[in-house]
Design a protein around this ligand. Structure first.
Ligand SMILES: [Zn+2]
Length: 337
């Protein structure tokens, strides 16, 4: 099956009332939609790069309804991402790559999704973008926050419009906002769990504010207005390790209250779980340059998996599929700006 991008300059009306799982039937393919507004430099919005993260779609749907009978303050280009996975209510299908790891700069092997994202990138580059917003949910107990991939003031301004909490990262490669940061101020929004109405409200208000912005200031933000954290490692569970949250024959039994550690400063010696019949670390912490830093952050002590230094985790989740497909968590430290 060949992956084809559909490009439209008019909104199919059925999108205004659709559920994310119906989009694939309506659109038929991943779709790039261009809508003209009063200011010509477009705002780029991508949604459903992960099929089971509907908040961005619902916020966008509300935005499109809001401007159904009046002009958009600024042009919009919208990418409806993994509609097939949305139909199945999954992050991605088993035979698909992660749609947020295949943008220009990716380290993954060439595939048709990479070529599709490259096409979108080139197309949007030619349109002289105003800003780029990619909207996500996560499964753990996390506050709302915006991620940026450059520490420029215009990026910080765009992120601070969403909230005080900002995460800066440069790895993994192939992420949409990391790629678009080469073109314009870009953010990834993390809007909490998929089923929360206040996530949709927050994302809608944010998109509407961005539509009305005439420029993104280059001024520095007051320090009290933002807290910026830098991702120092991504933590995965080693491929050959079985894990779970329940007591059984798993090699790694993770603690059930793990997600409470998200966005809290944790001390050395904080327990992540217990191991059985294991001599080596069951987790793999990889820093931004791709180096294995597992033993800097974790140790095994009396069959317990413990942290070795003060750090702040994010994206810890109890969803075993997400842990296997994506990662266990990220580790962060605060940046003094
Ligand atoms: Zn996501």
């Amino acid at each position: 099956m060949t992956l084809i991008l559909q490009e439209l300059d008019r909104l199919p009306p059925a999108v205004l009332t659709a559920k994310p799982e119906q989009l694939h039937k309506i659109l038929g393919a991943p779709t790039l939609l261009h809508l003209e507004g009063e200011k010509p430099q477009p705002l780029f919005i991508s949604i459903l790069l992960h099929g089971n993260e509907p908040t961005g779609f619902y916020a966008l749907q509300r935005l499109l309804k809001h401007y159904q009978h009046k002009p958009l303050p600024r042009s919009l280009s919208i990418f409806f991402g993994n509609t097939l996975a949305a139909e199945a209510k999954l992050r991605r299908l088993d035979n698909q790559p992660d749609y947020n790891r295949v943008w220009p700069g990716t380290e993954q092997a060439d595939c048709e999704e990479i070529r599709l994202m490259q096409y979108i990138f080139d197309k949007m580059k030619a349109k002289n973008l105003f800003a780029s917003i990619d909207i996500h949910n996560n499964t753990g107990l996390n506050p709302h926050y915006a991620c940026i991939n450059k520490l420029d003031n215009s990026f910080l301004q765009l992120a601070a419009l969403f909230g005080r909490l900002i995460v800066y990262f440069t790895h993994p490669k192939g992420v949409q906002s990391l790629s678009f940061a080469e073109l314009c101020p870009a953010v990834t929004l993390e809007c909490g769990r998929p089923d929360q109405d206040h996530g949709i409200d927050h994302a809608f208000d944010y998109l509407n504010s961005c539509l009305h912005l005439s420029e993104l200031s280059q001024r520095a933000l007051p320090h009290r207005d933002i807290a910026v954290y830098h991702t120092v490692a991504q933590v995965k569970i080693a491929d050959d390790i079985t894990f779970g949250f329940d007591e059984n024959s798993h090699q790694l039994i993770l603690d059930k209250d793990l997600e409470r550690l998200n966005f809290t400063e944790i001390k050395p010696g904080t327990r992540f779980g217990r191991v059985k019949f294991l001599q080596k670390l069951p987790v793999l912490a990889i820093d931004e340059s791709g180096k294995d830093v597992s033993s800097r952050f974790f140790e095994l002590n009396q069959n317990e998996l413990l942290t070795r230094c003060a750090t702040m985790p994010s994206m810890l989740t109890l969803d075993e599929r997400v842990i296997r497909q994506d990662c266990l968590c990220y580790l962060m430290e605060q940046i003094a700006l």
